[in-house]
Design a protein. Structure first.
Length: 313
């Protein structure tokens, strides 16, 4: 095989994308699986990562030794203990020296801001705003973790709408908007009553995935006219706008034109993004939105290839 093969993996909170491509820019295959956020899923994330890599190789009749570089762009990479466990597993299958571990936002930035221009606004299950200054130094807002103060993310939206439902349980069946939210929650958790819902929560320690998946439902409810959901989404976009303004101030670009590169299922929602733009309209002369059909998994693979001195077309 003349062409050098590269694997890039983008692991977020709810979805993982893995691509197998070569140094000529040809995509051999793409596979998808559940989330592999290291901070959230711990050992389960490692198992999924190894399974995904093994699956795409076996599917295409390729051996580990046939791949010149492995790029892993992973949410939660700052969890040093689980990162060390992942490295040990990569060492066990003899690919550590061919592998590059980086955050999912760095992989996305490589695809969306190849010339280090603009601000990456990554809002999916989690949230982080990321940029580089003129000297190449990293500037970041949020990205600390879903349980460490990050606001406005998909998880945050789901948690907030869930909290407002629980706090108003007594009137949930009489209030049309609360009842609308309860119907979505019942479908999501597979229950028929509040008693069943509480029993489900007590019996399942991994409520994170349920609340994270409610984020996009909250946006849909807001767009359909549910005022409770709308207030949650508006509050969330105000928090995100504050992150963006904080980065802009550090880059000394406030009140000028700004390029916002977007990644993540939440920020790619037109309704959510329109509300975010409303929150930013008095702070910037013009806002230019940039997105890409390429998965950040390519960014992880490209960076791993560059790390191994592979020139990728």
């Amino acid at each position: 095989m003349n062409n050098q093969l590269i694997i890039g993996l983008d692991g977020g909170g709810t979805k993982t994308t893995c691509v197998l491509f070569d140094d000529k820019g040809f995509t051999v295959d793409t596979v998808y699986d559940k989330g592999t956020n290291l901070y959230v899923f711990k050992d389960q994330a490692i198992d999924r990562i190894l399974f995904i890599i093994r699956s795409i190789l076996e599917k295409n009749k390729v051996n580990y030794s046939d791949v010149a570089a492995f790029g892993f762009g992973l949410a939660g990479i700052s969890d040093l203990d689980i990162r060390e466990k992942l490295l040990k597993e990569l060492d066990r299958i003899n690919i550590t020296k061919y592998s590059l571990l980086l955050s999912d936002v760095e992989a996305a930035y490589k695809v969306l801001c190849p010339n280090n221009a603009g601000i990456l606004v990554n809002v999916g299950t989690g949230i982080v705003c990321f940029a580089r200054d003129e000297e190449g130094n990293i500037i970041k807002e949020a990205g600390n973790g879903y349980d460490k103060g990050d606001l406005g993310s998909g998880y945050w939206l789901g948690k907030e709408i869930f909290s407002r439902l629980i706090l108003n349980e007594a009137i949930a069946l009489e209030d049309s908007e609360l009842n609308q939210i309860f119907e979505v929650v019942k479908s999501k958790f597979g229950v028929d009553s509040f008693r069943e819902l509480y029993g489900h929560i007590e019996g399942d320690t991994n409520i994170f995935s349920y609340l994270a998946s409610l984020g996009e439902d909250t946006i849909d409810l807001a767009e359909s006219g549910n005022d409770i959901a709308l207030s949650v989404v508006q509050e969330g976009t105000r928090y995100v706008s504050e992150y963006i303004k904080a980065i802009s101030e550090r880059m000394k670009s406030i009140n000028s034109d700004v390029m916002l590169s977007i990644n993540g299922s939440v920020i790619k929602n037109n309704f959510y993004r329109n509300l975010l733009e409303e929150s930013l309209q008095y702070d910037f002369n013009n806002i230019h939105w940039v997105s890409s059909i390429l998965s950040p998994a390519y960014g992880a693979g490209i960076m791993a290839g560059n790390y191994k001195n592979i020139n990728i077309n």
